[in-house]
Design a binder for this molecule. Structure first.
Ligand SMILES: Cc1cc2nc3c(=O)[nH]c(=O)nc-3n(C[C@H](O)[C@H](O)[C@H](O)COP(=O)(O)O)c2cc1C
Length: 380
């Protein structure tokens, strides 16, 4: 049947061409159109990637055009102002208006259904303060008894996002913003690139399971390499990544073709090879070793604040870490709790959608555990 179709198309092409020869030059336009569609159809029939196009040559392509148009049509014609995820149209518009310093107020009131289950709001005070008398740069000092270089952190900082998942321009822009706003910029687990250092904003160096920027040739954590880099004055704190909300327990792969000489030099890996960040750490195997590793990093850094980031899975595992801290009398300077709803550069959808506790569930658990920890350590 396929053969028959191809032969018929070629005959139609020949006929239109001959008609053009004898009748009018306009037939050449028709010939060109038929020729284009014939080539397209034959190409669709012989390709093996898309079964719909193979079964319905040319017309089958409409499905893929529609699919490409779908997000745009959905966004412009179907989605309401409050539907979009992760950032809806109302919030996006506010961001655009404020960035352009245009009017950002709205009339009439909220469009949200405030009686909907899950609606969240902030509680105001009946005694507002004079804006001009407020501390406009509230900061929190991070650093416990073992920390020799405490850091006065802003309460708003930039979450971990690696160079590679973000472009060099984006990294530079975030770091430049951190410099202007006097807050800190987390490098993400992809190591410290020149773009993190160009603008001079404060840096939180994140160390993940790939130990990028602080590893030996076998991919293990290297005290010497870590010590060399961590001395940089821009690095104010070190964050050990155990897991992140969007893909807890997953790890990551840097495909060979994305492992350019530039990225390889930043990560201390061989260019052009596939690099795995396993889901687990090779530098420690249990809560006590984890706590000792945090201490080791703090010592190697000359006493900079060291903390760890995790997405909560089993509560008992977090309690296990707290117990190890009490037993060893060694504490991290901070703990970052990521919710299962957190963003990522790339993750399998099953992990993003269904693994890890959301922030609103995870944070109270951690606060309960850490307050138990605090009272235990005070009574020690
Ligand atoms: C593009 C992108 C890259 C990310 N890369 C990392 C990373 O390297 N390490 C990490 O711990 N989290 C990473 N995250 C997760 C964020 O650091 C953060 O935990 C998450 O987005 C939730 O926090 P937020 O509410 O401040 O966005 C990434 C997120 C995005 C959107």
């Amino acid at each position: 049947m396929r053969k028959g179709f191809i032969i018929s198309a070629i005959i139609a092409l020949a006929v239109t061409f001959l008609l053009g020869w004898y009748a009018s030059a306009w037939w050449y336009v028709a010939t060109a159109a038929v020729a284009g569609l014939t080539v397209m159809g034959i190409n669709d029939m012989i390709q093996t990637r898309h079964s719909i196009m193979r079964t319905y040559p040319v017309v089958g392509r409409m499905r893929y055009w529609m699919e490409a148009l779908r997000p745009k049509m959905y966004q412009y014609f179907v989605e309401s102002d409050i539907d979009g995820r992760p950032i809806n149209r109302i919030d996006r518009s506010t961001i655009y208006q404020r960035a352009k310093q245009e009017m950002d107020t709205m009339p009439f009131g909220t469009q949200l259904d405030v009686y909907e289950e899950g609606y969240e709001w902030m509680s105001h005070s009946i005694a507002p303060k004079d804006f001009h008398k407020l501390n406009h740069n509230p900061r929190v000092t991070i650093g416990n008894k073992d920390c020799r270089q405490p850091y006065d952190a802003s309460i708003f900082n930039v979450s971990a996002m690696s160079f590679g998942s973000l472009s060099s321009n984006a990294i530079e822009a975030l770091n430049g913003g951190a410099k202007i706003g006097n807050f800190a910029h987390n490098t993400g687990e992809g190591g410290i690139s020149p773009y993190h250092l160009k603008q001079g904003g404060d840096i939180i160096w994140q160390v993940g399971t790939g130990y990028f920027g602080c590893r030996d040739d076998e991919g293990n954590f290297s005290d010497e390499v870590f010590k060399q880099t961590v001395q940089k004055p821009e690095i104010k704190m070190i964050e050990l990544k155990l897991s992140q909300g969007a893909k807890p327990g997953h790890g990551g792969i840097l495909p060979a073709k994305k492992n350019t000489p530039e990225i390889a030099a930043i990560r201390h890996v061989k260019p052009g090879t596939t690099i795995y960040s396993p889901p687990y750490h090779s530098a420690f195997n249990n809560p006590k070793e984890l706590v000792l590793f945090l201490h080791r990093m703090r010592e190697l850094s000359g006493g900079k604040p060291v903390g760890f980031k995790l997405c909560i899975g089993r509560k008992s595992e977090f309690i296990g870490i707290c117990k190890a801290m009490i037993d060893l009398d060694i504490y991290p300077d901070f703990i970052t709790v990521d919710g299962g709803e957190g963003g990522t550069g790339a993750a399998p959808q099953e992990f993003s959608n269904h693994v890890g506790a959301p922030c609103s569930t995870a944070s109270p658990s951690c606060i309960t555990c850490s307050s138990a920890l605090t009272s235990a350590s005070i009574s020690k």
